[in-house]
Design a protein around this ligand. Structure first.
Ligand code: CDP
Length: 788
C-alpha cells in the first residue's frame, strides 16, 4: 500500500487535494475558445452537404454575398489556388479541406461563409445555392469490398478498390493449428459500433493573422497544440507560415476524449481565411456538426478463442474489418495503424495469438478517434472479454474461476504477450478477488440461481482488462514523425514559489492540481505555491499533448525527473551554505540537513533563495530545470469490473443493480481525482454498452445526429459506481504511477454486456452487440421464444 511522504499542507502524492482549477470553473472564470473575442473578429459558418455521396455541379455565392455583413464565401476552388484544398491525415491519407467536385459523406463541409456576426453567417450559409448530383452511397463496409463496388477514392494514385490497408500481428499458422487441435473453440462476430465523442464543448478555433508582424495566433480546442503547430507549419509553410511565427493557445477545454486530437477542415479554413483577410476569424462547431462529423470505433471483429475442455486458454485469433469512412484519419501513432489493438490477448497467459485487420473506405465521416482510449484498446478489450465469457458459458465454468485459472501470475511480470507487448506489472488475481469480495460474488451467484429457478432474468458480468497507456518510447511511437516524448519545465522563484509548464494539455483531468502534487512530493514546496501552465506553444516546452492516458506516464515522469535535477542542484547550494561537503548533506523532502547533525539544516525555500542571492562560486544562478521524458516502455494499468443486472422479460428493460470497479493504476497521485476519473469513465462506458451508437440508413443519412435521438447517459442513467483499487507500481516509471483516465471506459462495456448476456442465457441468447438497448433485448427475447 502507498503511504504519503508529505503532510497534507505540502500535499504530495496520495493526498486527495481539492482541484485547484475548480475555483476558476465554479466562479465562471473558465476561458474557452468561444470566450475569446478579438477586435474586428469575423465569424465562419459551414455549408454542409445533405448527401452522403454526390457530385457538386455548381456553387452559387451571389445571394449569400448580397446579404449585408457577409464578406466571403470560400470554396474548394478558392483554396485550390493555394493548394490548401486537401490536407494530410495523421496516417498518411488525405482529407478534403473543402471539396472541388465530390462530396464523400453527409454533412461534409461544402463551403464556408464568413460574416461580421454568427447570425449573419448562418443566413449567408442558407443563401448559398449548391447544385448536387447525388450518387448511391456505400454504407456497408462489407459491400464496399465487393468487386463491383464503385471506387470511392479515384483521386488516390494506384487505388484500385476500397481496401485501405491490411495489418497483422502474431503467428497465423501456429495460432490456426492450435485452434484446429483444441477441445473447445468459441467463435463470434463482434461489432463495436460508431459512436460520437460528445464532449460538452464542441470543436472551435479563433485564428488571427497580423500582416505586419506576420504572426499567426490560433486559439484552438486542441489536445496537442505543439504537434498541431508543427503540422500547420509543414502544411502551410509554402504560403509563408513559418513555425516560429505560429502561436497556438489551447485555453480551457470542455472535454476532449480524443475528439480534439485531429485537425478538422474548419481549423484550416479559419487559418487560411485570417491569412487572406487579415482579420481574426472564429469558427465554433454547433452540436449537430460535432455529432455527425467524426466518430470512434466501428470495428467488426471475427473472434475465435480456443481452450482445453477444462478451460485452459490456448489461442486467440481475431480478424477485423474496420470502417474508416472516406479517409483514414484515425488518430493513431504512425507505426500503429490499428493503434494498440494487439493488446487484445488480454490478461491471460497463453502462447498463440494472431490479429489481422483490413480497413475500408465508405461514404461516412472520417475519424476513428481514440475515444477515451489508448488507440483501439476499447475494441481489443471488448473482443477478448466477451470471448472469455463465451468460453465460460460454453464449458459451464464460472467466469471468475475461468479468469483466475488463466491470469498471468504476478511473478511472471515483466510479461511478454503473444503479440509483442512487455506488460510491466500487475496482480490480476488480487484485483479480481478484491472486486469479488466487494461485490459479495458468491452471494450473488446464489441469488442468481434462486432467481433463475423462479424464471427471473438476472446476470453477473465480469471484465478483467489490461490496458496499455503512456505512448510512448520514441523509438516506436510518433505522430507524423514527431517522437512521442513529453516534457516539464520548472521555474522556482526566489521566494520559493514555482511555475511549471508542460507539453500536455488538460481537458478536465485536473493537471493543475496533480502536477503541483508531483512537484510537492519531489521538492517539498507546498502544492498551493506551485502554478501549472499548459497549452501555450510560445511558453510551454514541446510536448505531444494529452490523450490516451499518457500525461501521468510521460509528463508526470518528466516533472519528477526535472524536480530531481533541482534537488541535486540544491544539495550543492545547501553544502555551501552549511559549510560541509556535498556528501555530508542528506535530503528529506523539503529539507537538506547535515548527516549526524540534523539541527544544521536548510529548507528548500532557503536554498532556492540562495540560488538567486548567495550563489556558490562558479555555479549557474537560478533554480530552474527542464526535462524531456522518453519513457522506456508503456505502462499497463489493469482492472476488474463486475456488474449485476436484472432484465425485465416483458419489456426488455435493463436494471443495473450493482457495478463494482477495482482499478490498478500503480501509485496514485490524487485518490479523489482518480475516483472522479473512474466515475466519469464508467459513465462513458455504460454509454456505448447500453445507449450510444450512430445509425445510418442505406443512403448514408445519419439517423441520430442530435441529442434528441442520440442518448448520452447522464447521472440519471448512471448506476451507483462502487470503486476501489489495488496498487502494483510501474517498475519503470519514476513515481511508480500508471495512467488511469481511460481504463473505466475500456473496462465497463464488456462487463455490462457480459452481465446482460448472462441474464439472457437461460433463454438461449448467447451474444448481442452493444449498444444493448431494451428494444434489442426485447427483439432477442421474442426471437428466442419463437425458436424454443
Ligand atoms: O493523460 P490524461 O491526463 O488524460 O490521463 P492520466 O495520466 O491517466 O491522468 C488523469 C488524471 O488522473 C490526472 O490528473 C492524473 O494526474 C491523475 N492520476 C493520478 O492521480 N494517479 C495516477 N496513478 C494516474 C493518474
Amino acid at each position: 500500500m502507498f503511504s504519503c511522504k508529505t503532510s497534507p499542507e505540502v500535499g504530495g502524492m496520495g493526498h486527495s487535494i481539492k482541484r485547484k482549477e475548480d475555483a476558476r470553473f465554479l466562479h465562471g472564470k473558465g476561458n474557452y475558445v468561444d470566450d475569446v473575442k478579438l477586435p474586428g473578429m469575423l465569424h465562419m459558418v459551414m455549408v454542409r452537404s445533405p448527401y452522403a455521396y454526390a457530385k457538386i455541379k455548381s456553387i452559387n455565392k451571389d445571394k449569400a454575398l448580397a446579404i449585408d455583413g457577409v464578406l466571403a464565401v470560400i470554396t474548394g476552388e478558392d483554396l485550390a489556388q493555394y493548394n490548401l484544398h486537401w490536407m494530410p491525415t495523421l496516417l498518411s491519407d488525405s482529407q478534403m479541406v473543402l471539396p472541388t467536385d465530390t462530396i464523400m459523406h453527409q454533412s461534409q463541409e461544402v463551403c464556408a461563409v464568413i460574416a461580421t456576426d454568427r447570425y449573419i453567417a448562418v443566413d449567408g450559409a442558407e443563401a448559398v445555392e449548391v447544385e448536387y448530383e447525388p450518387m448511391q452511397a456505400i454504407v456497408d463496409p462489407f459491400k464496399a469490398l465487393d468487386e463491383d463496388a464503385p471506387l470511392l477514392r479515384p483521386d488516390k494514385e494506384g487505388q484500385e478498390n476500397n481496401h485501405i490497408y491490411h495489418w497483422e500481428r502474431g503467428d497465423k499458422a501456429k495460432t490456426e493449428e492450435a485452434i484446429a487441435k483444441a477441445d473447445v473453440v468459441v467463435k463470434e462476430r463482434i461489432h463495436l459500433p460508431r459512436i460520437h465523442v460528445a464532449s460538452i464543448e464542441t470543436c472551435g478555433v479563433v485564428a488571427s493573422y497580423d500582416k505586419v508582424t506576420e504572426k499567426m495566433l490560433i486559439y484552438l480546442t486542441s489536445q496537442a497544440p505543439h504537434a498541431i503547430r508543427t503540422i500547420v507549419a509543414l502544411v502551410a509553410g509554402h504560403v509563408g507560415l513559418s513555425e516560429e511565427k505560429i502561436r497556438i493557445i489551447a485555453p480551457d477545454i470542455g472535454g476532449g476524449f480524443g475528439g480534439k486530437v485531429p485537425v478538422y477542415p474548419g481549423y484550416v479554413i479559419a487559418i487560411a481565411a485570417t491569412f487572406l483577410i487579415g482579420k481574426p476569424v472564429k469558427w465554433i462547431e454547433d452540436r449537430s456538426e460535432n455529432l455527425v462529423n467524426g466518430f470512434a470505433r466501428d470495428y467488426h471483429m471475427d473472434c475465435e478463442l480456443a481452450a482445453t475442455k477444462d478451460g485452459k486458454i490456448q489461442a486467440f485469433k481475431v480478424s477485423t474489418l474496420a470502417d474508416h469512412g472516406y479517409t483514414d484519419s484515425s488518430a493513431n501513432p504512425s507505426k500503429y495503424p490499428t493503434g494498440m489493438f494487439s493488446i487484445c490477448t488480454g490478461s491471460y497467459d497463453y502462447e498463440h495469438a494472431f490479429a489481422e485487420l483490413d480497413a475500408v473506405y465508405t461514404n461516412k465521416a472520417p475519424g476513428g478517434v481514440a475515444y477515451r482510449c489508448s488507440f483501439r484498446v476499447t475494441e481489443a478489450v471488448h473482443a477478448i472479454e466477451r470471448m472469455v465469457d463465451k468460453l465460460a458459458a460454453e464449458i459451464g465454468k464460472d467466469p471468475a474461476q475461468l479468469r483466475l485459472e488463466n491470469f498471468i501470475k504476478k511473478e511472471q511480470f515483466p510479461y511478454s504477450s503473444p503479440l509483442g507487448w512487455s506488460y510491466d506489472s500487475g496482480d490480476y488475481h488480487a484485483t479480481l478477488k478484491k472486486a469479488m469480495d466487494m461485490l459479495g460474488y458468491d452471494d450473488y451467484k446464489k441469488e442468481q440461481a434462486e432467481k433463475r429457478a423462479q424464471g427471473k432474468l438476472m446476470g453477473i458480468g465480469i471484465s478483467t482488462f489490461t490496458e496499455v497507456v503512456g505512448a510512448g518510447p520514441s523509438k516506436d511511437f510518433d505522430i507524423l514523425g514527431i517522437a512521442m516524448f513529453d516534457s516539464a519545465e520548472i521555474r522556482v522563484h526566489p521566494t520559493g514559489k514555482a511555475l511549471a509548464r508542460f507539453g500536455t494539455k488538460s481537458q478536465g483531468q485536473g493537471h493543475e492540481t496533480t502536477y503541483a502534487q508531483i512537484l510537492a512530493e519531489e521538492l517539498g514546496i507546498p502544492y498551493s505555491d506551485i502554478e501549472i501552465e499548459e497549452g501555450d506553444t510560445d511558453t510551454a516546452p514541446y510536448g505531444l499533448g494529452t490523450y490516451a492516458s499518457r500525461s501521468t506516464p510521460t509528463a508526470g515522469a518528466a516533472a519528477a525527473i526535472a524536480a530531481r535535477k533541482l534537488v541535486d542542484k540544491g544539495k550543492k547550494i545547501a553544502a555551501y551554505l552549511l559549510e560541509v561537503s556535498e556528501e555530508d548533506i542528506e535530503w528529506e523532502v523539503g529539507k537538506y540537513s547535515v548527516k549526524g547533525a540534523p539541527e544544521k539544516s536548510k529548507t528548500i525555500q532557503e536554498v532556492v533563495f540562495a540560488s538567486y542571492t548567495n550563489i556558490p562560486p562558479g555555479m549557474e544562478p537560478g533554480f530552474e530545470a527542464t526535462h524531456y521524458y522518453d519513457p522506456p516502455n508503456l505502462t499497463f494499468p489493469n482492472g476488474a469490473y463486475i456488474c449485476v443486472v436484472e432484465v425485465d422479460e416483458e419489456t426488455g428493460a435493463i436494471d443495473v443493480k450493482r457495478f463494482v470497479a477495482i482499478d490498478d493504476c500503480g501509485n496514485i497521485i490524487n485518490p479523489m481525482i482518480v475516483e472522479g476519473q473512474v466515475h466519469g469513465g464508467l459513465t462513458q462506458g455504460i454509454a456505448p454498452a447500453m445507449y450510444e451508437g450512430i445509425q445510418y440508413d442505406d443512403e448514408g443519412n445519419v439517423l441520430n445526429g442530435t441529442f434528441m435521438d442520440y442518448l448520452v447517459p447522464t447521472a440519471v442513467e448512471s448506476p451507483k459506481w462502487e470503486t476501489g483499487h489495488t496498487i502494483t507500481p510501474s517498475p519503470h516509471h519514476p513515481l511508480g504511477a500508471k495512467g488511469v483516465a481511460e481504463s473505466p471506459t475500456v473496462g465497463a462495456p464488456p462487463a455490462i454486456a457480459n452481465a446482460i448476456i448472462d441474464a439472457l442465457y437461460p433463454l438461449g441468447i448467447k451474444h448481442l452487440d452493444i449498444p444493448i438497448t431494451p428494444s434489442k433485448v426485447w427483439d432477442a427475447i421474442q426471437e428466442a421464444k419463437q425458436k424454443a
